[in-house]
Design a protein around this ligand. Structure first.
Ligand code: SF4
Length: 376
């Protein structure tokens, strides 16, 4: 008797949630803004991922037609020495570690020269949080790069690095960002966000800036005219409400400032991180595609959602172009963060490769700059 009742309850629940999902997908297709209950319905769904993905594809195609953008860029990580202890990180080293490093300016300029050989128009610069580096190392780095490569777009320093610079100098976030702009900074990565839900954040990166500090620094940058990306690191120990909190905060900031250029979705790579032992099950490609679709549907005020090909591999990155993704990311040339966590999908794709991969998905490749101006 109890079993029959349970079956009945399950059946009614399925019909109810299925009807709810129909309404949410209808809303999304009609370009209506989804609310938190809608987001919860999408996240909780366990049986209709394909429909969610197809809807995201339609919404993306309405917004971006068949165009998929990419950037020819170079990543530079200037140090791997870091005194923080994020549990999802395989990149950080102590100063005593045999493979720790700090790049000097000549090494950084040399890497950019190598980038110029493939025609980069952006350099993306971040590093570990190294207490031994003084503020002038950061400020002068930007000045020297701009002096040597005036046309290059400098996309540098996460909110965590801005926080450290404010601490090192005693300056406000506004002043730190103003100095960087004067020296040649063009835009900033919105990394160090991970998941901004406060309780979860304490579990995965307790010594990083908190959610309020991240928001304050990002909105300060936006108000100073510095565009940033927005990111999410998902697929570890977060819950659906944690993801919902993160997406809602990011969407609200975009409403307020319009300063995000894109949303970059970063699936967690567990292999060489301490967090891996706490993760119940690793993400599968289909789970990732459903998340991409949900990001597209909920973040209606983002034109651009980016896949990270080093995190999921080239084949999955191509498939993601049918799941709401409209940006393939960059050539990168080097990628240390994912590689250090155990990712093995490489760190460089030529522009030619990217064009051909985008075409293989039936899409139209468009080269862009960092601010998503289409170049040709
Ligand atoms: S994620 Fe960045 S801040 Fe955190 S431990 Fe790694 S290098 Fe340091």
């Amino acid at each position: 008797m109890i079993n029959i009742n349970n079956k009945l309850v399950n059946k009614i629940y399925k019909i109810y949630t299925s009807e709810n999902l129909d309404k949410v997908l209808d809303k999304a297709i009609s370009s209506k803004r989804l609310d938190k209950d809608d987001l919860s319905t999408l996240l909780e769904d366990k049986i209709r991922a394909n429909e969610i993905i197809n809807t995201a594809d339609i919404v993306n195609t309405t917004l971006n037609s068949d165009k998929v953008s990419y950037v020819v860029n170079r990543n530079i990580n200037f140090t791997n020495i870091c005194h923080l202890n994020c549990r999802f990180c395989g990149y950080k080293r102590s100063a005593k570690s045999k493979d720790s490093f700090v790049l000097d300016y000549d090494e950084i300029l040399k890497k950019i020269e190598e980038g110029y050989l493939i025609g980069i128009n952006e350099v993306c610069i971040t590093g570990g949080i190294n207490s031994k580096l003084d503020a002038d190392y950061y400020f002068d780095m930007i000045k020297i790069i701009k002096r040597n490569f005036p046309a290059l777009h400098i996309h540098a320093f996460s909110p965590q690095e801005i926080f450290e610079l404010a601490n090192k100098t005693g300056f406000s976030y506004e002043k730190v960002i103003a100095i960087l702009i004067d020296n040649g900074l063009n835009s900033m990565p919105g990394t160090a966000a991970e998941i901004l839900a406060p309780a979860l954040r304490k579990k995965i990166c307790s010594d990083k800036i908190n959610s309020k500090q991240w928001t304050k620094i990002i909105t300060t940058a936006h108000k100073a005219g510095v565009k940033t990306s927005a990111t999410i690191l998902f697929g570890h120990i977060e819950t659906n409400p944690d993801i919902a909190y993160h997406l809602d905060l990011i969407r609200n900031i975009q409403d307020e400032t319009g300063g995000f250029t894109e949303f970059i979705s970063l699936p967690f790579i567990p292999f060489k991180t301490s967090l891996r032992t706490s993760v119940k099950s690793n993400l599968k490609a289909d789970d990732i595609f459903k998340f991409y679709a949900i990001f597209r549907l909920y973040l209606h005020n983002f034109k651009n959602i980016q896949v990270s090909w080093p995190k999921i591999g080239i084949d999955a990155a191509v498939r993601s172009l049918g799941c709401g993704i409209n940006d393939f990311g960059g050539t990168l040339m080097e990628e240390n963060i994912t590689k250090s966590a155990g990712g093995n999908y490489g760190e460089y794709l030529s522009e030619k490769d990217i064009i051909s991969l985008i075409r293989s998905a039936g899409k139209i490749p468009i080269r862009r700059d960092t601010l998503y101006n289409y170049l040709f």
